[in-house]
Structures are given as C-alpha cells and as structure tokens.
Unconditional design. Structure first.
Length: 278
C-alpha cells in the first residue's frame, strides 16, 4: 500500500516531513563545519577602511499587485536585525565570511518577525523571512570585487514584475539556516571591510579596502526572455561578470555566473507579450 505520491520528495509529502528534512540538513551542516574546522571572520572595527570598492543600495519595501505590505515591512525589520551582525566586519587576507556564522539561528526571541520566504514553488510567511534580500545585496557587493565566492545558492529571481527596470541579479541569492549559506573568501593581499545598515526603507551596503584594486567589475544579462512550460512560466537568461582593467578600460575576462532558469512567482498577466517565446 502506498501512502503518498512516489514522484514527491520526502520533504514534499507534508509539513512534518518538510521540517524533518530541514532538521536533517541543519545537523549535516553542523557536522560538516565541525569536521572542516573552519574559522570564519568575526572581528569588527568602527574605523572605516579608506577605499570604497563597491556600493549597493536596496529598496526593502516592494509594492504592487499581490505583494503583502505587512510582510514587506517585517522583512525590512528582519534585515535590520541581521545586518547589524555583519556591519563593520573586517576580513584579513585568507579569511572566509559565512552569512550564518554571523547571523546565527533565527527565532522570535531575537526580534524576528514573519516575512516572505520561498518554499518549493510558492511564497509563504515564515519567521525571519526576507533575509535572502540581505544575502543578495551582499552578493552584489562581492560580485563587483576581486573577492572569491566560495558558496552561492540561488532561488527564483522572478518574485515581482521588473521588466521595465531590470537589474541583473537584483534577486535570486538564497539562504536558509544554516545549510544554505552564502560564503566568500578574501583572496586579495589586503584587508577588506563590510558595512551594512538599514536607513528608513533602504539597505545601504559598502565594501571597503585599504587601497584601490586594479580592476572593476560589471554584470551583464544576455538572452533575457520568458518561456511557458505546461501551466508555468520561467525566466531564462545568462548573467555574466566582466572584469575591466581600470587603466586601459579593456575587458580582460567574461565569466558566466548564473544560467538563470527562474520560475515566475508573480501574476503571469504582468509579463509583456514580447518577452514570451514559444
């Protein structure tokens, strides 16, 4: 006798099996961290390093059809709490950054509220929801620098209609305590610093260093379109990072950083007809 659809993963059978699967992954990451004996950056300094490598500002309150305003403001509140754990972090050459090593476990005792999270192919409310936005802002800082990303996970970047103001990798970085982490390494020969703060409805972020680097970096999106498969729509594109020599302004490298295949999470009626390919 079969009690569930054999095509479903164990985590998809019920809310209970989902929680069991999550606890298993959390335990596995704890064991992996202990086995690898990694030491992550934790030192902070109120003295800012002099050179600004990259800057990113993220609007935390999204508005539009189907967007719950309460969850948006809760998200901003959650990001404010979590961003304080990494603000002014100093990384020496060779040190590694771990999002969850700094933020720690998410719970209501720390002040976290229900925010928007992606579970499977749906958007739901969960304590601490919205921290992927913080991780994504951090990722944009690092992508515009010579630092080495050592762990990057992605989810759909098509959470809201953005066809008229498209920014490559504006969304999509995924984090979930503690087994879906965001990590990067200071692979340069100088000290770097992360600065994060929420000002009103905006997350302001800076990556600083002791002195300027030789290159700058740009993100490009190519072949951006939407396809329909069965009853679902998906964004397709390729996102590249270009390395540009500051002196000559020549492109010295171009690397694919994300082959984007994101499920559309908003009303398909908002997709411009010219974006859809058969």
């Amino acid at each position: 006798m079969v009690f569930w659809n054999k095509d479903l993963l164990f985590s998809e059978i019920s809310p209970t099996t989902y929680k069991i699967s999550v606890y298993k992954e959390i335990l596995k990451r704890h064991l992996k961290n202990a086995r690898e004996k990694k030491v992550f950056a934790t030192t902070k300094s109120d003295q800012l390093l002099p050179n600004v490598v990259s800057v990113h500002h993220s609007n935390l309150i999204k508005k539009g059809p189907g967007i719950d305003p309460e969850l948006q403001y809760n998200k901003a509140h959650n990001i404010d709490i979590a961003s304080r754990t990494m603000d002014k972090i100093i990384m020496e050459p060779g040190e590694e950054f771990s999002f969850w090593h700094l933020v720690g476990k998410i719970n209501e005792k720390k002040g976290y509220m229900d925010g928007r999270v992606i579970i499977g192919d749906s958007v739901e409310a969960e304590t601490g929801g919205g921290l992927c936005n913080l991780a994504n802002t951090l990722n944009l800082l690092i992508l515009h620098s010579p630092l080495e990303i050592t762990e990057l996970n992605t989810h759909s970047d098509a959470l809201a209609a953005d066809f008229d103001h498209r920014v490559p990798f504006a969304n999509g970085t995924s984090v979930a305590y503690n087994y879906v982490d965001y990590r990067f390494k200071n692979s340069t020969d100088q000290t770097i610093q992360i600065c994060m703060s929420v000002q009103g409805e905006t997350l302001e972020a800076e990556l600083r260093s002791e002195k300027p680097f030789d290159n700058r970096y740009e993100l490009l999106e190519e072949d951006h379109h939407v396809i329909r498969k069965n009853d679902k729509y998906y964004r397709r594109s390729q996102i590249y990072r270009q390395t540009i020599d500051k002196k000559s302004e020549e492109v010295t490298a171009k690397e694919l950083i994300w082959d984007n295949k994101s499920q559309i999470m908003f009303d398909p009626k908002l997709i411009p007809a010219e974006m859809i390919r058969s």
